[in-house]
Design a protein around this ligand. Structure first.
Ligand SMILES: Nc1ncnc2c1ncn2[C@@H]1O[C@H](COP(=O)(O)OP(=O)(O)OP(=O)(O)O)[C@@H](O)[C@H]1O
Ligand SMILES: [Mg+2]
Length: 233
């Protein structure tokens, strides 16, 4: 589905990603774990063409995308939900969702308000609420929901649990499991190992711009040494 190979990304002179490779297969939820500043967001931005890797390749559904513009990558069905929530505060929930709507895409599930409401019951209750009058967690859900309106085959979720209330974190985990069963492949970034354990099939650990661990969640759960070395547990 999605395969990034040997990415090298710089901000100015600073060598931030030093050969990052990650892969998401169809039907998988994969988590990129790492502490603050490890390179999680830079990996996602490199995949989306928001920062241009100086070297490395990105393949999405068998096509090379590392030279493409971000909007073209999104149009191919690779969704991206950045760390900072970007909803339109003046627009209602329904209007925010309309902004994200794209044509149905073969090989990916198609979304509408009803289906989204099953994934995010909170949003179903407030179709006419302006984005600016929602809680942080609800805004986070709306950001994800708007990306889904583009009918993506795969979604990059940058720290969906960050800064949200515990009850919303549980709902977020439930929604990610729902996305997986709907057939959307997911790469999410996290610092929260507990949350990752709830949703992911496989994990990569990134530190100082390099992948230090790759394996199943069971393998990571059993590896206290790796957890202690690279994660805040
Ligand atoms: N626009 C930028 N210009 C210069 N350096 C940057 C920029 N964005 C990030 N960095 C640096 O690149 C490194 C990786 O940052 P990145 O945002 O990818 O980390 P992260 O794993 O997403 O961290 P967090 O969990 O805090 O979101 C950090 O050292 C950061 O300071
Ligand atoms: Mg980040």
């Amino acid at each position: 589905m999605l395969k990034a190979t040997d990415l090298h990304t710089y901000y100015g002179q600073a060598h931030i990603l030093a050969g990052v490779s990650v892969e998401v297969r169809a039907g998988e939820v994969v988590v990129l774990l790492g502490r603050n500043g490890a390179g999680k967001s830079t990996t996602m931005k490199s995949i989306m063409g928001l920062v241009r890797p100086r070297a490395g390749t990105v393949e999405f559904q068998g096509r090379r995308i590392e030279q493409l513009a971000t909007h073209r990558i999104a149009r191919m069905g690779l969704g991206y939900v950045p760390e900072e929530r970007r909803i339109f505060t003046e627009l209602t929930v329904l209007e925010n969702l309309e902004v994200g709507r794209q044509a149905p895409r073969p090989g990916a599930p198609t979304w509408d308000f009803e289906k989204i409401g099953r994934l995010f019951p909170n949003l179903r209750e407030m179709p006419h609420r302006p984005g600016g009058r929602m809680s942080g967690g609800e805004q986070q859900m709306l950001t994800i929901a708007r990306t889904l309106m583009g009918n993506p085959a795969c979604v990059l979720l940058d720290e969906p649990s960050e800064g949200v209330a515990p009850v919303i974190v549980d709902q977020m985990a439930e929604a990610i499991r729902g996305l997986k069963s709907a057939g959307v492949a997911i790469l999410l970034s996290e610092q929260n190992l507990h949350f990752a354990m709830e949703v992911a099939d496989r994990a990569y650990i990134i530190e100082k711009g390099a992948i230090r661990f790759s394996g199943t969640m069971a393998a990571l759960a059993a590896n206290a040494e790796v957890q202690a070395q690279y994660l805040a547990v």
